[in-house]
Design a protein around this ligand. Sequence first.
Ligand code: NOJ
Length: 736
Amino acid sequence: MSDIPEAEVARRVETILAGMSIEEKIGQLTQIAGAPFFPGPEPEEVIRKGGAGSVLWLNDTQKFNALQKIAVEESPSKIPLLFALDVIHGYRTIFPVPLAMASSWDPSVAERAQAVAAKEARAAGLHWTFGPMLDIARDARWGRIVEGAGEDPCLGAAMAAAQVRGFQGPSVGTPDHVVACAKHFAGYGAADGGRDYDPVYLPESRLRNVYFPPFQAAVKAGVGTFMSAYMDLNDVPASGNRFLLHDVLRGEWDFQGFVVSDAMAVGNLVIEGFARDGRDAALRALSAGMNMDMASGTFSENLAGLVEDGTLKVADIEAAVRPILAIKVRMGLFEHPYTDETRLAQVLAQPENHQEARLAAQRSMVLLRNEGGLLPLAKNLKKVAMIGPLADSMEATEGSWMVFGHTPAAVTVLEGMRAKLPEAQVTYAPGPEIRREIVSFFDDMMPGANAKPVQTPEQAEAAFQTAVATARAADVIVMVLGEKADMAGEAASRASLDLPGRQEELLKAVVALGKPVVLVLLNGRPLSISWAAENVPAILEAWEPGSEGGHAIAEILFGDANPGGKLPVTCPRKAGHVPLYYARDLSHQPEDHPMYRSRYWDGPTTPLYPFGFGLSYTTFLITNLKLATSKVKVGSSVSVTADVTNTGSVVGDEVVQLYIHQRASSDSRPMRELKGFERLTLKPGETKTVSFLLGPDELGYWSTNAGKWVQDAEYFDVWVGADSTATLCAEFEVIR
Ligand code: NOJ
């Protein structure tokens, strides 16, 4: 994991451990809040006694140093603290949200973004981020879909490994990097009804074939820590789940780092009706494989008693402490506990951070529609109207999960357009405001949130009419619609996937003017935009694109950058269609069956946009699919190649995707599964060959019938194309 040899780390850990009291050992298992969210002793007091191993929810370099000084000078064993925070898609330079970065289908985008985030965060004095979020999400109602890489294990695993490399560098302890945390282990994205925190029921086959691969990829990439999820998995809370934290994570994957609970999750084992009381919760979490209790105080209150009465042994506590100390050793905290308070300003001033953010935003956007080649727009436009509640919103542009104390400072779409068209008249009208109907509990923690009074219906109507009039006076209209930042993320689930508020009504009124309309979506989840998909000629899914979002959007709209992103999620026509994903098992009456009818009698079942879909300003042709062999032995690999040609007139990117289907097997297998992808840039007329390898990792799966991993000798179909509906197809056989 680190440059310090394993044996040396282990030796140092034992030396430190030998000098610690049981109270201090339990202190290392305790993470305390640096912000006064909950009543309790001051952090200084706890740290002075050696009662904390880590501090979260603090973002203040001077305070970090002050607390660290207490830890390393005044606490009994002088063990440095780990400072942790959610740096999810940027510290000060904000990158596209993770769902957007996954839309780049370019792991290097995520890796570079998280490397910049790590550099800034580390300069601020942070050591550890609670990311990447690796939860597969197939239900867009679930607000946290924005934090992950979408619905697919193959894309998810690639993005997971890239983010771990970006945050940590090649190993834990790399200068200018932070420790990463793979969260939320596991299954959190499959909450019943898409309701955040609600129970999850996932059969083992689905856990292992779909929900685990990004986590296992993070372990392979050397992730230092894991976070347990909040919810019950198959009736056992993830934070007290020995199957997850011990059997799979340590036993099967040989994870050597440590597990932190999600916030309050150890204490919440009581609320969830699993543990009898705090003592029982501490015992069951620790016994399941939990190392660190985030903010609930349950370990610090109960573990000593459990050791005293012999329920737990000192050795059990020490086993939990070891990997925490090991990370501190690897991070070099014993030698360099403090942060240079002058460094952050220098790091933040580096212009390349913004360059990276702009490039990441460009590469993350997905062109969903471009009828009649409306895009790219001409740069000699005279009058452009920017309409919609998000057109000048820094919050919506930066998106959900802001680092504590960060004030949104994004280039908005309006600003980006004005910068691009200095000579033109660029007017702006927001239309009626949009708001959550039920405010977020996070707003209670943010002074001033929702301080603005709610628009009255009359004010909203006036804003609506002004927006239509503003649009009427323009030659081209860019509507910027979607969701505000607090509409996706934690505790931000929705029952509807429609554009909130009166946005669709405004869109219809503006389209009715008969002028060219471009719809730019800023949102953290796929939205059901069926009307727009039929009636608005150009639609750009920009997600929540980050600090440089406005510039990146303008560059795409005017063709300075060519969109090449692809959907990492299936877009449903209606919220009632979720969960909807492409990798479903075949039914007895599949789509190509003569008796096939839509599964719903009130409309088509098909997605509005399929997984992997995205357009470009150029066109591509994928041909010449070849397999090195038509028969491959179990355990061996077959190489697959195809040619991709840019058949249009501008340079552009295509994401070539490979899907397989196993025709018969120990279990039924999904009708298609992504097993490889590559994003390529091609000049007009240029052809490149892409190659993929299909071996036991791609062709094997966890079988319910066999109760283990299997690779069957069977026939496979393989498709290569530009999205999950690719038709270019070949077959091969796996033989014994
Ligand atoms: C709760 C969230 O579920 C988790 O993702 C986050 O890292 C912690 N709080 C800490 O802020």
